[in-house]
Ligand binder design. Structure first.
Ligand code: UDP
Length: 309
């Protein structure tokens, strides 16, 4: 297939490009590099089956020739970005999704939307199944991302229903691994960076909020299976192993041998108290299950960060 990946120079987008190329597809990565980096795709430069296009997908997208699939992964995604790039996030989720859907319709291409566990907001149902409609504050600081992705899902389903577009929606839970931005403000780069510098790890609030972390190769495998499936309804892809942020910080201190301890900081507004995917649908429909243990994924990630810090 000939596949366009928007956000293809980003953390998850670039790993997806690698996987698609390894499966024998031809890949076009598109990115405006506001959070992505050409460092993430530098190893692909010069390949005949790979092309990079510098473009902001909130503007009309032109691609010469046929396309079989579009994977729409462009969006800043760190809670720090929610404050520094709120308008860009709303625009890429709304206008960018519309442009990418229009391109998919024009090319007769399958369309896969990168959605998020943030559509569940600060969830009142735990763990979160796809049938849960969520608990989102539309005007809070996280609302720009949550509502953009909720709009993007609605727009994707509208194109499916009105234009018979062949669509997929993946709801991605917390993911980590090599190529995360060092300073993107999310918990993994923050804590691993601090640990490698011998600093105390910043834990927000009491650290009793929970997250469930999926290693990037597992995530990409789930996305690839979804792309190749016939499933139109949203599918959660994430690792159901849930930890408190405090336990997670202690694990990072242990794995890095950091003795500087923990520094408690104020909890940001609307920080979800708990998050864990119900992956029954991914298991039954895609035959997918995460394979990489948290400790193993963290060791690989720490090794990569060591070269960068
Ligand atoms: N967090 C933290 N210390 C940090 C960065 C984040 O304790 O230096 C917490 C944050 O408050 C949240 C969790 O870690 O409860 C995960 O945050 P992240 O920014 O990675 O993404 P989120 O899952 O909130 O979208």
């Amino acid at each position: 297939m000939r596949i366009l990946v928007t956000g293809g120079a980003g953390f998850i987008g670039s790993h997806l490009c690698d996987r698609l190329l390894a499966e024998g597809h031809e890949v076009i990565a598109m990115d405006n590099l506001i959070t992505g980096s050409t460092d993430n795709i530098a190893h692909l430069a010069g390949r005949r089956d790979f092309e990079f296009i510098f473009h902001d997908v909130t503007n009309y997208i032109y691609i010469a020739g046929p396309l079989d699939a579009i994977l729409h992964f462009a969006s800043p995604a760190s809670p720090v970005d929610f404050t520094t790039m709120p308008i860009q996030i709303l625009k890429v989720g709304a206008l960018g999704t519309h442009k990418a859907l229009g391109l998919a319709r024009n090319k007769g291409a399958r369309f896969l939307l990168a959605s998020t566990s943030e559509v569940y907001g600060d969830p009142l149902v735990h763990p979160q199944p796809e049938t849960y409609w969520g608990h989102v504050n539309p005007i809070g600081i996280r609302g720009v991302y949550d509502e953009a992705k909720r709009f993007a899902e609605a727009m994707t389903m509208a194109y499916h229903r009105a234009h018979k577009l062949d669509t997929r929606i993946v709801r991605i839970f917390n993911t980590f691994g090599e190529r995360m931005r060092l300073n993107d403000g999310r918990v993994v780069p923050n804590l691993v960076g601090q640990a490698l510098r011998g600093q105390p790890l910043t834990v927000y609030g009491k650290g009793l909020q929970t997250r469930s972390f999926c290693y990037v190769s597992d995530l990409v495998d789930g996305i690839y299976r979804l792309l190749m499936s016939q499933e139109v309804e949203p599918v959660n892809v994430g690792n159901p192993r849930e930890t408190t942020i405090l336990e997670f910080a202690e694990l990072i201190n242990r794995l890095t041998g950091n003795e500087a301890g923990i520094l408690f900081k104020p909890l940001p507004a609307d920080d979800p108290r708990q998050r864990r995917p119900d992956i029954t649908r991914a298991r039954t429909i895609l035959g997918w299950e995460p394979k990489v243990a948290l400790e193993d994924g963290l060791k690989r990630t720490i090794g990569w960060f060591k070269q960068k810090v």
